[in-house]
Design a protein around this ligand. Structure first.
Ligand code: PLP
Length: 426
């Protein structure tokens, strides 16, 4: 088969007419499919339903430190949950704070604290400054950008490479500009590109010169146990590197169990240096007199320990991995020979990042929608919703059943061809 860039105008027109007829066929099928958000499927959440029955007696409400989980107290979380998260993140349990169900909520609160009270209560609160900027590796996670937008933090997009964000660009910017106060990082199975940061990137982030003394890395390690392969590329421990670089306070680590158990009722956590944690706990104890410890205890009893958590995540993998394979198979079979797109082959996480021909992403999403398939809106993977090349689309394979994903991907590939041919014929 000829590649599109090898075809004459007549051949392109002929191909376009064929593809358009296929698209019309799909439109008549009245599909209603959604591959837009990284949500767990029912089959996945069903793996965790024993959590709901794991405490059914008042005598089981006491945590390992003697705390009655039914009552107030325990602002920073139960020891048994800290132990599990400490192992997941490679930090000491004393540096962990257990949160409610949402890590995004913990990130939001962390920025709010630094905006309102200043980092460590030592620096000028960010909302008192004329300008606050964050580095935003892009494509990235739309909800990180939404927090920045809400607080009026200027976002500086940073190019992503296969090893992580472009460190030359980052180092040049942070060394000079003291209004750059932070960077968003999804270091493992990055949302959406799926890559894991290289050791060199982690070391450079820990060691780089920052003009702002109150610069912080927002290390959103949401997918650290979400592997799709047996021997995934490991991620260097950012905390150890920051300590070795004598920048121990530089990083706030966040993590999530939303995609380990229930997206609506899991347990999130954060970790940071002793100084950061002490400051955060002080403010937390004003914010609340006790989080939902019963849910923490249920999770700790269900997950037991890091080894058992890995067994549980392998069961998740058995459900999720065939969906990733299906998406990649469809893309390989339908698009790879045309040389009009590239896409990630993640070793874990929740997304496949797709880059079509420049100038086609919005059109592809619109064409899919016309035929009943909802994709993540084009552009959202970039700050301010603006993908400068209009080429990136985030595919989220986990939620729909395999049969629906199959149909949705057939249509997706047709829409990619449609939008590309349309552009080439212009
Ligand atoms: N961080 C990343 C990178 C995500 O992709 C998501 C959800 O898609 C979250 C955080 C949300 O986590 P939580 O449910 O713990 O708020």
């Amino acid at each position: 088969m000829l590649k599109y860039n090898e075809m004459s105008k007549e051949q392109l027109t002929e191909e376009f007419n064929k593809v358009k007829a296929e698209h019309d066929k799909f439109k008549k099928m009245s599909l209603k499919l959604d591959i837009s958000r990284g949500k767990s499927s029912k089959e996945q959440t069903n793996l965790s339903t024993p959590i709901l029955k794991i405490i059914d007696d008042e005598n089981e409400l006491i945590a390992s430190n003697g705390v009655d989980t039914a009552n107030y107290g325990g602002v920073d979380g139960l020891p048994e949950m800290k132990e599990i998260y400490a192992k997941m993140l490679g930090v000491d349990p004393s540096l962990v704070i257990i949160g409610g169900n949402s890590s995004l909520n913990m990130m939001f609160d962390t920025i709010t604290r630094d905006m309102m009270f200043g980092v460590l209560n030592m620096y000028v609160p960010w909302n008192k400054l004329d300008k606050v900027k964050f580095l935003c590796p892009a494509p990235g996670y739309d909800r990180h950008y939404a927090i920045c937008e809400l607080f009026g933090i200027e976002m500086l997009p940073i190019a992503m490479t296969d090893d992580g964000p472009d460190m030359d660009e980052i180092e040049a910017l942070t060394a000079e500009d003291n209004s750059i106060k932070g960077i968003w990082c999804v270091p493992m199975y990055s949302n959406p590109s799926g890559i894991t940061y290289s050791d060199e990137v982690v070391r450079r982030l820990a060691n780089m010169k920052t003009a702002a003394e109150d610069f912080r890395i927002f290390w959103d390690n949401a997918y650290c146990v979400h592997h799709l392969v047996d021997n995934p590329k490991p991620l260097l421990n950012i905390m150890d590197e920051c300590v070795a670089a004598q920048n121990p306070d530089r990083v706030y680590i966040f993590s999530s169990m939303s995609k380990v158990t229930f997206p609506g009722a899991a347990i999130a956590a954060m970790a940071a240096s002793e100084r950061n944690i002490k400051h955060i706990k002080k403010l937390l104890s004003i914010q609340t007199i006790g989080p939902n410890k019963i849910n923490q205890l249920r999770h700790a009893k269900f997950l037991k320990n890091i080894d058992n958590l890995k067994v549980h995540m392998n069961k998740n993998r058995e459900i999720v991995a065939p969906k990733f394979s299906l998406v990649l198979k469809k893309l390989d079979e339908n698009l790879s020979m045309l040389n009009i797109a590239n896409y990630s082959r993640p070793q874990g996480g929740y997304f496949i990042s797709f880059n079509g021909h420049e100038g086609t992403a919005k059109r592809i999403v619109a064409l899919c929608l016309e035929a009943g398939v909802i994709l993540t809106p084009a552009g959202v993977t970039f700050p301010y919703g603006h993908d400068p090349k209009d080429e990136n689309i985030r595919i989220a394979p986990t939620f729909p059943p395999i049969s629906e994903l199959d149909a949705a991907m057939d249509l997706f590939c047709i829409c990619v061809k449609y939008a590309t041919l349309e552009l080439l014929l212009k």
